[in-house]
Design a protein around this ligand. Structure first.
Ligand SMILES: C[S@@+](CC[C@H](N)C(=O)[O-])C[C@H]1O[C@@H](n2cnc3c(N)ncnc32)[C@H](O)[C@@H]1O
Length: 313
């Protein structure tokens, strides 16, 4: 619990001093230390806009006072609020469709043919490492349920983590505006999604089959140690490293690769290359890497022909 008490919120038209360069530098530092997110000076106005409401809620009139409020708290509660307010959570179902096609057309058939996944068992383990409001892990749940669902002799689990408690709460609720249905194929919508009625009209909810296979936890990718057990067949860490500087990105990738099965796959965002970041993974296709040092013969020829060299984006 936060022990410091802020001044009682004053009238809604209280004047908050615009953030100064010095104040921005203080927030830059604390945000980098906590999250690995490097805010460049062009983000100053964005940071100010995102935190203004919080200052108003607390009755504070300067960013320096808010910085002191965060520092003087005896635990991390306000830091979590800060991170929640500043993080960018944009996400979509089946975002970057080529990655999902790669799974459906190449990886899953290869696992079926060899009778086990990359971890050597018929229990597939997947990690969505910056899951935002859940669209990414539930997209994976739909694809995996299609091929490895009940009665197939296979089993799978999806761990979905994020630093932001706000997005994790939304992801666990698994409710989205119906407008998001356009991101999902009709077949998947019919099979896995429920349409809201009455008070829930205009919304859709993930059905029980896919809700049962996703587990949510808070995890900060910038922490030195990840409290997750064992190796994963697939790790998705997409559209988060873009906010990290080279050093943070390299450290995150090292830790993720420690949790990747030797023949597992690591997926990054469309603007995130691992070239020059680590030599522990091999390039497969744009934004797709494997922990394996060998081309995998079970996969289609298009994959082997890249010879581990990142050629085109
Ligand atoms: C733009 S969203 C990407 C969501 C999804 N992976 C996708 O590609 O659609 C970025 C997510 O990264 C999370 N994030 C930012 N810094 C993080 C950190 N240090 N550790 C874990 N998650 C973080 C944010 O809270 C946000 O939900």
């Amino acid at each position: 619990m936060q022990t410091i008490t802020a001044a009682a919120p004053s009238s809604s038209d209280q004047t908050i001093r615009p953030i100064s360069d010095r104040e921005f530098a203080l927030f830059q530092k604390v945000i980098y230390r906590e999250t690995g997110i490097h805010l460049t000076p062009v983000k100053k106005a964005l940071l100010e806009a995102r935190l203004m409401r919080r200052l108003r809620e607390l009755g504070l009139t300067s960013f320096e006072a808010y910085y002191r409020y965060i520092q003087e708290g005896d635990d991390n509660d306000e830091l979590i609020v800060l991170i929640d307010r500043i993080s960018t959570n944009e996400t979509h179902f089946f975002r970057e469709p080529k990655q999902f096609e790669f799974l459906e057309n190449q990886v899953f058939p290869a696992w079926q043919a060899q009778g086990h996944s990359a971890n050597g068992t018929r229990r597939i383990r997947v990690w969505s490492a910056a899951c935002s409001t859940g669209e990414e892990p539930y997209s994976l749940a739909m694809l995996l349920s299609d091929q490895f669902g009940t009665g197939t002799g296979w089993d799978f689990e999806i761990l979905a983590t994020d630093i932001s408690t706000r997005v994790l709460a939304a992801a666990s609720a698994a409710v989205w505006p119906i407008a998001k249905a356009g991101e999902i194929s009709t077949r998947h919508l019919k099979k896995y999604m429920l349409r809201g009625t009455g008070e829930q009209a205009g919304k859709m909810k993930a059905g029980p089959e896919i809700r049962a296979v996703v587990r949510f936890e808070r995890l900060n990718l910038n922490d030195d140690h990840y409290p997750v057990e064992g190796k994963f067949d697939l790790i998705f860490c997409r559209n988060v490293m873009i906010y990290f500087d080279h050093q943070s990105r390299a450290r995150v990738i090292q830790r993720l690769v420690d949790h990747l099965a030797a023949n597992g796959f690591l997926f990054v965002g469309h603007a995130e290359s691992l070239s020059g970041v680590t030599d522990r993974v091999r390039y497969v296709l744009p934004t797709i890497y494997t922990g394996s040092s060998q081309p995998q013969p079970a996969l289609m020829p298009g994959i082997a022909k890249n010879h581990g060299v990142e050629t085109s984006r």
